[in-house]
Each structure stands twice: as C-alpha cells, then as structure tokens.
Design a protein around this ligand. Structure first.
Ligand code: KG4
Ligand code: ZN
Length: 359
C-alpha cells in the first residue's frame, strides 16, 4: 500500500509517499523558516498563505520523487490536528480535494501521534541501521509546540496515554525564546545546540527546571526567566566563551529535565524502552546523554532518524497507513481542530505548588 502523507500544521509544508511498513519512498519539505525568522516566531496568517502557495508543488514533487503518479497512490493521510487553524485547513482541504477527485480513501492524523511513531520510518541507504522499538514504550515528545511523556501501547491514537506534560513552555519554545533573548536567530534549538557544544555547562549557574522527583510534568518558563535575569544583570554576552557557556548551561538544564522525567516514567511503568520524538529529539546532547543515562537503569533509548524528528509528511503518511490498512476512511467527514485528540492530564498554565521548584 502506498500512502501520500500531507503536513501543514505549522511552518513546514511537507508531503511524502510511504509504504505501510514505514519505508519512505519520497519526502519533500518546504520550510517557512526564512519567512518567519524576522519575527522570531511563526506568524499564523503568513504561514497559511505560504502553505497555500506551496502545498500543490510540494505534493507533486513528492509523487514524482517516489517514481509514481497520483493514480498509484492507495490512500491519503493528512494532519488534521493540532496546529494553527488556517494552516491545517490548507492541508485538509487539499487532501479532501485529491481524495474526492481520485476516488481514494483519506484519513486525518493527529500531528502528535505522527511524532510519537516517527521512529518506525525507514529511509533508503541509512548511514546507521535503524532500530525498531517494541510496544509498549515510553515516548518523550519534545517539540516547539508540545512537550510531554506518553505511554505508547500500539500504533493508534487510542493506545496512547499522556503521563505528564509541560505546565508552561514547550522545550523547543524555551529554546526559541532563549535564542531570541540572546539575539541568536530563529529557530533557536539548532543554533543553541551548536554553540552549547563549545561551552562548559557548569560555568554559569542556572535554575534546574525540575518539579518534584516523582512528577512527570515539566516547567521551562522559570529557566527562561532565569536566562532573562542573567542578561539583565550581565548584558548579552559579548565574548564567545561566555555565550558558549550560557548556551551549554541552558541546554544541560533542559536536557537533564527531559531525560530524568523520561527515565522516571519508564521505571514507574516498568518499561524498558524509551523513544524520542519531535524537533528537540534532533538535539545532539539529548540523543547522546539519554542513551548513556538510561543504560544505567537497563533502559534502551530508540532514536528516530535525525531527518524525521522535525515536522515532515512521512510520519503523517505512516500513521495514516496504519488506519488505511484497517479499512478506515474519514472521507468528507474529515475536519480539523487546533487541539490534539490525545487526552491531557496536565493543564497548561497550572502554577507550581510550594516546594515543587528544584531538588
Ligand atoms: O517538531 P517540530 O519541527 O515542530 C513542532 O511540532 O513544534 O519542532 C520544532 C522545534 C523548534 O522549537 C526548534 O527550535 C526545535 O524543535 N529544535 C531543536 C533542535 N532542532 C530543532 N531544539 C534543540 N536542539 C535541536 N537540535
Ligand atoms: Zn511537530
């Protein structure tokens, strides 16, 4: 079965052709990063307009790269939630138009489920052999819009349970806001990641974004404020060494929180596999240290290929394929929503209780 996956939930217009076992036949991504960079974040209206300009050429390219025609596609999968409403609408309407014109089934996919199952994607000629996790696993999803830990028992949304999420900023959002504060550009994650590699994480004392030892929730806004205070007091770093150290200290705090909570979740649920997903899963320090630290507890960390950590159409195609092989078809009933379908246990904006900060 060949599935066309379409993704337009935020600032990437993406399309891919995948097989239902996760083999990626083509993978095309048009990034809007340059468009939004001057604003230091995604501007929803500009995002929708750019998706509208690019969605058709990106899909055509994906079909061409796969060496097939639209007639060879067996079904369509499109991100229908969560995300920017105007941006989601572009992909959903394009998908529905194609499904109707080609008389093919179409299913809506929750973007978060895409990130949680991206680890199953297989690309041609991989540099290193890709590991495959077994269900159930603990998944850490850390992206620009979401940061949460999930229990993943199978490949459908109904088999995924949130165990804890961030109460304020997502990890990627903390990277992006900190990079903006330091005048480093957008998106901040890859930039800080690079600079942090050159610094000493212990040279500058920053707060640790940890809640109580057993809590599986995160809070990153305090760390961001901590960096803002540091800049107020000391000014933006003018020498390279200080900038590298500040980035290294920030990154160490974020990565430590993500790893500690994921290991705690695995131990609480007696699960020996952790899977990473989302844009922040491309982080060098998170990838290296999570494997080292988890191994001490007999836990294996399975990493998705670097290219499928950030937003892409292949992960949407794969999740959709799992539904399409079961005969599902949302057809014209498919609608979009800015919210995820995964039930949430952590309410955003819930403040810290006394005694929860640091340990
Ligand atoms: O998953 P994604 O492409 O989009 C969302 O669904 O949000 O994630 C984008 C986020 C951005 O906040 C970006 O700064 C962050 O992932 N990111 C990274 C790295 N690469 C991307 N954060 C830390 N280290 C990286 N190497
Ligand atoms: Zn994403």
């Amino acid at each position: 079965m060949l599935v066309l996956g379409i993704e337009t939930s935020c600032d990437e217009t993406a399309a891919a052709v995948v097989e239902c076992n996760g083999q990626v036949r083509s993978d095309v991504i048009h990034s809007q990063v340059k468009l939004h960079a001057v604003y230091g974040g995604v501007v929803p209206e500009l995002a929708s307009r750019d998706h509208l300009r690019n969605v058709e050429p990106v899909i055509s390219q994906a079909v061409r790269d796969a060496g097939v025609t639209l007639a060879d596609i067996d079904g369509i999968a499109v991100t229908c939630r969560p995300g920017l409403s105007g941006a989601l609408l572009v992909g959903v309407q394009m998908g529905q138009g194609l499904a109707w014109a080609l008389n093919k089934p179409i299913v809506g996919v929750d973007h978060l489920v895409g990130h949680l199952l991206a680890v199953f994607l297989r690309y041609p000629n991989p540099k290193t052999p890709q590991e495959i996790p077994e269900f159930p696993y603990i998944a850490l999803l850390a992206s620009g819009g979401h940061t949460a830990i999930y229990h993943v028992a199978g490949d459908s949304a109904e088999q995924i349970t949130e165990l804890g999420a961030t109460r304020d900023d997502a990890a990627g959002e903390a990277y992006d806001k900190t990079a903006k504060l330091l005048g480093l550009g957008y998106p901040g994650g890859p930039i800080i990641d690079k600079l942090a590699a050159l610094g000493d994480p212990d040279a500058i004392a920053l707060s640790r974004p940890m809640l109580g030892r057993d809590s599986l929730e995160f809070s990153f806004s305090g760390l961001k404020t901590n960096v803002a205070r540091w800049v107020e007091t000391n000014g933006r770093p003018t020498d390279e060494a200080t900038l590298f150290n500040l980035c290294a200290a920030f990154q160490r705090r974020v990565v430590d929180a993500l790893i500690t909570k994921s290991i705690a979740a695995a131990r609480q649920h007696e699960i020996t596999t952790i899977v990473l997903g989302g844009g922040v899963a491309a982080n060098r320090e998170l990838r290296e240290r999570s494997q080292l630290l988890a191994a001490k507890h007999g836990i294996r960390v399975v990493l998705p290929a670097l290219r499928c950590c950030t937003d892409n159409g292949a992960m949407i195609g794969f999740v959709g394929a799992r539904r399409l092989v079961r005969g599902d078809n949302d057809a014209l009933a498919l609608s979009m929503s800015p919210r995820t379908s995964l039930p949430r246990v952590t309410r955003k904006g819930r403040g810290l209780r006394a005694g929860e900060r640091g340990w």
